[in-house]
Design a protein around this ligand. Structure first.
Ligand code: SF4
Length: 119
């Protein structure tokens, strides 16, 4: 089955058509450069997304600290990651970019603080 995608690897936004074919290969059309093919193959085989959320924080001024993944994480791990975020409580102070969860389930992706919070 052909899938239509818009490449997000650069601002051009090429309209791609991708299809899994015999032999486990994926044919991609519409890409102007190799990054588009890599993007489409990734979308069909192991799509990844950035995740943002909040965790509880012991600061009276900021009871919920915004957090984000350090990079896009496989969509298979998004639900477990959101479940984990619900269990976390951070003790302030925290600096923007501090790693709060390292290498979530050996994905190579960390969860970091999106902002600083004092005591
Ligand atoms: S295929 Fe290449 S040129 Fe087209 S949007 Fe993707 S990165 Fe940009």
């Amino acid at each position: 089955m052909k899938r239509k995608l818009i490449c997000i690897a650069c601002p051009v936004g090429c309209h791609l058509t991708a299809e899994a074919v015999e032999g486990g290969n994926i044919e991609v059309e519409g890409n102007r450069c190799p990054r588009g093919k890599a993007y489409a193959v990734n979308e069909l085989t192991d799509p990844k997304r950035m995740v943002t959320g909040v965790v509880r924080c012991d600061s009276p001024a900021v009871p919920f600290l915004p957090v984000r993944t350090s990079e896009a994480i496989t969509m298979k791990l998004i639900a477990p990651l959101l479940a984990e975020l619900r269990k976390v409580e951070i003790h302030c102070p925290v600096a923007a970019g501090d790693v709060l969860i390292r290498d979530f389930r050996k994905s190579g992706v960390d969860v970091v603080a999106s902002r600083a919070v004092g005591k």
